[in-house]
Design a protein around this ligand. Structure first.
Ligand code: UN1
Length: 476
């Protein structure tokens, strides 16, 4: 059977970065079967052996770090300084995952009135991982490492924009000695993802991506409630600016710029809506304008290094421009325009739109460098605006007042709440994930341990059988 070709291209130059066959449904089927065959043996190995292997993988990532960072930069357009930090995050996630696994699992006993039960952790079996393009190494790794530690086997479908990154990760696993079959990669686009998600042989799926795809998966998995489905999706994240000391205005503006535009706004945790108190509006906007005008947008290996690269593809840039135009048609006023100097390439300049007067603002994630600004004059209104979304990933408050933060933290609906820090750059050690249309789980290392292994209580059958045979106990 002929295979479609999968090609990833450099968003800055259009050059082909990686090219290879896309997996057919038959390939997906074979990958799931191989994973199933390998999993039983993998789970039977002592945890010390699985941990050592994961640590060898960590060493390989360190040795291949520069190759990996360069590949991520070429496939996604992210600046080289940033992809080097992604490689570091991959390594530190491994340490965190090992600690988390050891702390959260292990053999325990519970003593009931009638009998004692032993609790043992077991792997789920074969887990599918669907990865995103914005952190094509770090985020899938955050699912894969805890899952392998717990004795699962993985079938991983990377983002079609970053197949080369996944192949380097796979080589590192093979060189570390991961037994054949335990990690299968199926390359491809949506069709490959659908074949994997719908495959009867998987025991669950760990997804990072858009809420549209996540909802589709959710509908699909409603037919098989026994399978786990962990969803980490988007956000329409609010950042409220309330009281800022005049000496701190410039620092606050820098924090907001980072919060909105890091990774060209392509982090699920980037601030999308800046909710500003009238009283500080003019000063904050003055500094933000100055800072944003100075941001360097460029290619990953430029010298000096750019603050941000392009968005991932021309298609992504087209879509963002369209969302931006729709807001303008609805009455949004540009404080800084979204510009695309070369229509053939996806470089966009950071934009700030005043959407205060826009009625029925679309509650969509704008996955790029566009910040919507809303002016308010009292804090109740700020809270209403912050919660005026179906999403709930990350939220932030800039204020010197601890009591106000206390209220914000309690009333805002978001999985991650920040105080005087950006909404992005969430810690890898803390629970990470959202509520509402942002997700249903906490896919950080600590919480991953829960979905990668589950306790099985083994009843003391011998004792019960003995009691039944003597006719002294009934099971009800
Ligand atoms: C971000 O907030 O910039 O390990 C993404 C994790 C998180 C990802 C954070 N640190 O899952």
């Amino acid at each position: 059977m002929s295979r479609d070709e999968l090609i990833s291209t450099d968003p800055c130059t259009g050059e082909v970065v990686w090219q290879g066959p896309a997996a057919t449904p038959q390939d997906v089927d074979a990958a799931v079967r191989n994973a199933r065959a390998a999993q039983v043996h993998w789970e039977s190995r002592p945890i010390s052996e699985r941990r050592n292997l994961v640590q060898r993988f960590q060493n390989k990532i360190r040795d291949r770090g520069e190759d990996l960072a360069r590949m991520i930069s070429r496939e996604t357009g992210k600046p080289h300084w940033e992809t080097k930090t992604e490689v570091t995050a991959v390594q530190s996630k491994i340490d965190i995952s090992i600690t988390a696994y050891q702390e959260r699992t292990g053999n325990r006993q519970v003593q009931g009135a009638q009998f004692t039960q032993a609790l043992r952790h077991r792997a789920h079996g074969v887990l599918a991982v669907l990865g995103p393009y914005n952190f094509p190494a770090h985020l899938p790794n955050g699912h894969i490492v805890p899952a392998l530690l717990a004795g699962n086997a993985i079938v991983f479908k990377p983002s079609e924009q970053a197949p080369g990154t996944a192949e380097i990760m796979k080589e590192c696993w093979s060189e570390a000695g991961l037994p054949d079959g335990c990690l299968q990669i199926v390359q491809g686009e949506g069709g490959t993802g659908r074949a994997l998600a719908g495959h009867k042989g998987i025991d669950g799926l760990l997804f990072t991506g858009s809420s549209g795809t996540g909802k589709m998966l959710s509908r699909q998995f409603s037919e098989t409630p026994g399978k786990i489905l962990a969803l980490e999706m988007g956000g329409n994240n609010p950042l409220v600016v309330w009281d800022v000391h005049e000496n701190d205005l410039e620092a606050a503006a820098a924090l907001i710029v980072q919060s909105a535009f890091l990774s060209a706004g392509q982090r699920c945790t980037c601030s999308r809506r800046l909710i500003v108190r009238d009283k500080v509006h003019d000063e904050i906007m003055h500094f933000m304008n100055e800072l944003t005008a100075d941001l360097i947008v460029g290619s990953p290996f430029d010298d000096p290094q750019p603050f941000m690269g392009p968005v991932v593809s021309n298609r992504a840039a087209d879509q963002l421009q369209e969302q931006y135009l729709n807001l303008q048609m609805g009455g949004a006023k540009a404080i800084r325009k979204l510009e695309r100097p070369d229509p053939e390439r996806p470089f966009l300049t950071p934009a700030i739109l005043d959407v205060t007067a826009v009625e029925n603002r679309p509650d969509e994630e704008m996955f790029g460098p566009v910040l919507q600004m809303i002016r308010v004059n009292d804090f109740d209104q700020a809270m209403d605006e912050a919660n005026n979304t179906r999403f709930g990933l990350s939220a932030g408050l800039i204020s010197d007042d601890p009591d106000l933060y206390d209220r914000f933290r309690r009333e805002v609906r978001a999985g991650i709440v920040n105080w005087n820090r950006p909404t992005n750059g969430a810690s890898s050690s803390a629970p990470f994930g959202g509520v509402g249309d942002s997700g249903n789980h906490r896919p950080s290392a600590y919480y991953a341990a829960d979905y990668c292994a589950y306790p099985v209580a083994s009843l003391e059958f011998e004792k019960i059988r003995g009691e039944i045979s003597m006719g002294r106990k009934s099971l009800v």
